[in-house]
Design a protein around this ligand. Structure first.
Ligand code: FAD
Length: 213
């Protein structure tokens, strides 16, 4: 969060009252519509809005039934008051990060073949997956250890880490996890067209020890 905003933590707003059922990030047309529906459904809703709707430079709204020619700011002001009318809270601020608590809630988190080209932050996504695992729960990561034999082109920006490399990238806290499976496995089935040339999968299965944070 930026300096002038409350801090979102563990689903609650630190320093801004009790937790809410839902925190909506962004109070434009979309955020306020969602907040209105949720507030009408008796959820406690908080909207955090940085106040920079994309249509701010426009003088008037067109083609929006019932609002033809309305200045955009006027429509948002009406929306905010409709949300507030159902008990929704709206605060000014910019959400810079959303964090989970130190303990996850999930008994099983799986990530299968998360290979993307470009600057996809695979390691960061997997670390977030590990954080979501509850004590006693399992994280299962399966991926290609080598490029698939049927891949049409070789992309140098796609990585194919071994299970040990995935384990190292997870940066799991020492003593908190036990490794159940870590290694490369040849797939029984070959390419999707039935041809042989089985790719090798990297399989990592780790368990968060019970009772540890
Ligand atoms: C110049 C222009 C004219 C347009 N004219 C029309 C028109 O005439 N008719 C029409 O139907 N549509 C029009 N549109 C399209 C319409 O403006 C958009 O479809 C609509 O604004 C999308 O609403 P939104 O809530 O998704 O996003 P936005 O309206 O952009 O609202 C997003 C809100 O979220 C806030 N926000 C974003 N990130 C964060 C964060 N991290 N923390 C807190 N707050 C955050 C922003 O500050 C902003 O207030 C126009 C668009 C533009 C650019």
């Amino acid at each position: 969060m930026s300096e002038h905003t409350p801090d979102l933590a563990h689903g609650a707003l630190r320093g801004a009252g009790p937790g809410h059922d839902v925190v909506v990030i962004g109070g434009g047309a979309a955020g306020l519509s969602g907040a209105l529906t949720l507030a009408r459904a008796r959820r406690s809703v908080l909207v955090v809005d940085a106040g920079r709707p994309r249509n701010a430079p426009a003088a008037r709204i067109h083609g929006y039934l019932g609002r033809e020619g309305t200045p955009p700011g006027e429509m948002l002001a009406a929306g905010r008051s409709e949300v507030a009318g159902y008990g929704g809270r709206i605060v000014e601020g910019e959400v810079a990060a959303v964090e989970r608590g130190p303990l996850g809630d999930f008994d099983l988190v799986c990530a299968h073949f998360l290979h993307r080209h470009g600057d996809f932050p695979r390691d960061r996504v997997l670390r977030a997956g590990a954080r979501a695992v509850a004590p006693g729960g399992v994280l299962l990561v399966v991926g290609h250890a080598v490029p698939a034999s049927w891949a049409r082109e070789h992309r140098p920006d796609v990585s194919f880490p071994t299970a040990d490399e995935v384990l190292a990238a997870l940066e799991l806290a020492e003593g908190e996890w036990e490794v159940l499976v870590s290694g490369e496995v040849e797939r029984v089935r070959g390419a999707p067209d039935g041809h042989p040339g089985p790719p090798v999968d990297a399989v990592l299965k780790v368990r968060r020890r019970p009772g540890r944070a």
